[in-house]
Design a protein around this ligand. Structure first.
Ligand SMILES: *[C@@H]1O[C@H](CO)[C@@H](O)[C@H](O)[C@H]1NC(C)=O
Ligand SMILES: *[C@@H]1O[C@H](CO)[C@@H](O)[C@H](O)[C@H]1NC(C)=O
Ligand SMILES: *[C@@H]1O[C@H](CO)[C@@H](O)[C@H](O)[C@H]1NC(C)=O
Ligand SMILES: *[C@@H]1O[C@H](CO)[C@@H](O)[C@H](O)[C@H]1NC(C)=O
Ligand SMILES: *[C@@H]1O[C@H](CO)[C@@H](O)[C@H](O)[C@H]1NC(C)=O
Ligand SMILES: *[C@@H]1O[C@H](CO)[C@@H](O)[C@H](O)[C@H]1NC(C)=O
Ligand SMILES: *[C@@H]1O[C@H](CO)[C@@H](O)[C@H](O)[C@H]1NC(C)=O
Ligand SMILES: *[C@@H]1O[C@H](CO)[C@@H](O)[C@H](O)[C@H]1NC(C)=O
Length: 587
């Protein structure tokens, strides 16, 4: 078959850039927004910016992230029609990972996330960076902003495991990560069944056939879910079929393609041609062989006379697709949106070719209204237990601990927060098991939240004040000890654990109410786990009553099994009062 006879088109997602700068959509009154989060990253102040096209309101990003700085794009990249959210960016010169936290979601529900990057030479370096983007603890995509005026728009459909989701930018050593806008849209769980708890969908292409103007982008409010449908225009090869009638979604429609998108379709200009579409696989650093999900949308827009038949087949890389009834011939319904897709990714290939061919009995050429292509990403990295997260967030807020405390505390492992030790288990959430708060100049009492870390068995404070009023709490000033402290600052202090251990040892053994506090001076070896108490004395609060209703593991004194309550910590540590000695070890 000669090439020229085939109406062929590239499907590749070409940047929104040209179109976005000149997008013209009818202004419509904005209905009450339903669960959208729209963030204009880098927007200073407290006032929202309103998008001219969608009338959606974009919030400044200060409430969603605690790092980075606001920057304006360079004036030479500011055009009159440029959407306001692209005028400024937030850039993250510090830290390997920086995140936005989107809250008030519903755990287990499906969301569309869209992150937009328009560099605009904001840093004057004229060198667009390359960095990684994560949805929570799972790798989403590499961001490669190829030109200063290009727009990189990345979209993912994910099931969020918690009532919040974090979007993180990771510095890969190829320039400073930045972001222009971040959007979240709720999706019904029944939509895009290929996105579930263990896999997400990353948008590769979403194309609407029919518009003859390349700037004719459809999104909210025409698509109530604010998917962005880019037109694919090829007037040389295709004729447009269109209707002004509403195209209905089926009951339990798996995609709910918007009527505006379905109201136009293309058909080969030469009625005896077929439709051929193709795209080439785009390997990602993490996914050298992406698994692609293909979704084709059809609706018959002509009321056909009784002697006319429009029937076609779909062939993808030489595989004929069958309907649920086993037939290879498809006759789309009049003014109803119908979709053809597979739940499993296509067989891997370098190029994917889709033929939509009229069958021998068809009297009319084939057509197509819209197409979506996604690649599949695993979302199997377990996030930290959400109650551990809220507890550690409270501790972070209380102490203003900065370090690299951004994103999920434990995951992925390579980005776990400094000072935290976590347990990682297959198919369950990570838990925080140890915390080293030393060298943070902590002051005041510890937050209640600490008691909500049930797996926390070791707490390093490196703070001799934890045993106030007791001279023996001070470590002996022995040079060798000091050296160990310096060598292994993590090792010591906060004897809460030992205190509690001893506390219960005494309780169990002696069944008396006296509470003793043991203070230790440090490790006698380089092994972190061989901290030994060196002195022991009853404390002034020895007769304080035990907190009620605590839940201690019964059988052993193993610290790993201990739980402690805030009240206990407060009591034992004399309310964690700081006496200005800071972190100095030997006071
Ligand atoms: C960005 O531009 C606005 C107004 O155009 C100005 O008020 C603001 O100071 C600029 N911000 C930076 C970081 O240059
Ligand atoms: C980034 O994009 C440019 C231009 O599209 C390409 O040449 C380059 O290989 C890409 N780099 C990476 C690391 O993906
Ligand atoms: C998600 O979908 C994939 C592919 O259909 C399937 O293998 C996996 O078991 C599903 N996961 C869940 C949690 O249903
Ligand atoms: C249409 O296609 C047929 C067969 O592919 C070909 O013979 C014919 O010349 C084409 N017509 C035009 C007008 O190009
Ligand atoms: C269109 O597809 C049909 C059925 O697959 C085939 O018989 C026909 O030759 C194709 N037409 C062209 C012009 O390729
Ligand atoms: C569909 O048509 C194309 C050319 O238009 C042809 O290469 C392909 O073999 C046809 N597929 C089937 C199943 O006939
Ligand atoms: C085409 O139509 C004839 C007559 O109606 C029918 O016998 C035949 O099965 C049809 N072929 C296909 C592929 O549907
Ligand atoms: C702790 O406080 C001391 C003295 O105020 C200061 O020099 C040091 O930089 C602080 N350390 C941290 C980690 O904030």
């Amino acid at each position: 078959m000669p090439e020229r006879m085939v109406a062929t088109s590239w499907l590749l997602l070409i940047g929104l850039a040209a179109a976005a700068t000149a997008v013209v959509l009818q202004a419509r009154a904005q209905p009450d927004s339903i669960g959208f989060i729209s963030i204009d990253c880098g927007l200073p102040g407290t006032a929202n910016s309103v998008d001219d096209a969608t009338k959606l309101s974009y919030a400044p990003d200060a409430a969603f992230t605690d790092a980075g700085s606001n920057e304006n794009i360079s004036v030479e990249y500011v055009t009159p029609t440029l959407a306001k959210r692209y005028l400024n960016v937030r850039s993250f010169p510090d830290g390997e990972r920086n995140c936005y936290t989107l809250r008030s979601l519903v755990a287990g529900l499906k969301y569309l996330l869209r992150a937009e990057f328009r560099y605009g030479n904001y840093d004057g370096l004229n060198r667009p960076p390359i960095f990684d983007l994560y949805a929570g603890v799972n790798f989403w995509s590499r961001v490669n902003v190829s030109s200063p005026d290009g727009l990189e728009s990345l979209e993912a459909i994910v099931v969020v495991p918690d009532d919040y989701v974090q979007v993180c930018l990771v510095n890969t050593g190829s320039g400073t990560p930045f972001i222009s806008a971040l959007e979240l849209r709720p999706l019904k769980s029944s939509l895009y069944e290929q996105a579930n708890a263990t896999q997400g969908l990353v948008l590769f292409a979403r194309r609407n056939f029919g518009p003859t103007d390349a700037t004719d982008i459809i999104r909210y409010p025409d698509d109530p879910r604010d998917r962005v449908w880019l037109p694919l225009v090829n007037t040389a090869m295709w004729d447009v079929i269109s209707t002004t009638n509403k195209v209905q979604n089926l009951d339990k429609d798996p995609f709910e393609a918007p009527s505006k998108v379905m109201q136009t379709a293309i058909t080969p200009r030469n009625g005896s041609d077929n439709i051929t579409l193709f795209w080439d696989s785009e390997p990602q650093p993490r996914f050298p062989t992406p698994g692609y999900i293909l979704i084709l949308h059809f609706s018959e827009l002509r009321l056909l006379p009784s002697n006319a038949v429009r029937e076609f087949l779909i062939e993808v890389n030489e595989v004929l697709w069958r309907t649920s009834l086993g037939s290879t011939s498809i006759r789309p319904d009049y003014l109803y949106s119908d979709s053809f897709y597979r739940t499993a990714p296509l067989l891997a290939a370098a190029r994917y070719t889709v033929h939509i061919n009229a069958t021998v009995n068809s009297t009319l050429p084939p057509f197509i209204n819209a197409i979506e292509v996604y690649s599949v990403i695993p979302t199997t990295n377990a996030a930290t237990d959400s109650s551990d997260v809220s507890a550690i967030m409270a501790i972070k807020a209380k102490y203003g601990v900065q370090k690299n405390w951004a994103g999920d505390p434990c995951g992925p492992k390579t980005f776990a927060w400094d000072g935290l030790t976590c347990s990682y288990a297959i198919s369950s959430r990570s838990r925080i098991t140890a915390m080293d708060l030393s060298h943070n100049n902590l002051t005041g009492s510890i937050p209640d939240a600490l008691s909500q870390l049930p797996s926390l068995t070791v707490l390093y404070g490196n703070n001799p004040n934890l045993c106030t009023n007791a001279d023996s709490c001070k470590p002996p000033k022995r040079k060798s000890k000091l050296a160990i402290y310096i060598a292994i600052p993590v090792v010591l202090v906060v004897l809460i654990i030992l205190v509690i251990a001893l506390l219960f040892l005494f309780l169990r053994r002696k069944k008396q109410a006296d509470v003793c506090c043991m203070c230790h001076s440090g490790s006698t070896s380089t092994n972190h786990n061989t901290v030994k108490p060196q002195s022991e004395m009853p404390m002034s609060y020895a007769s304080a009553p035990l907190p009620q209703g605590d839940t201690y593991t019964q059988s052993s004194l193993h610290l790993e099994n201990r739980r402690f309550t805030y009240k206990e910590l407060e009591m034992i540590t004399n309310n964690f009062q700081d006496d200005d000695r800071g972190n100095q070890i030997d006071g």
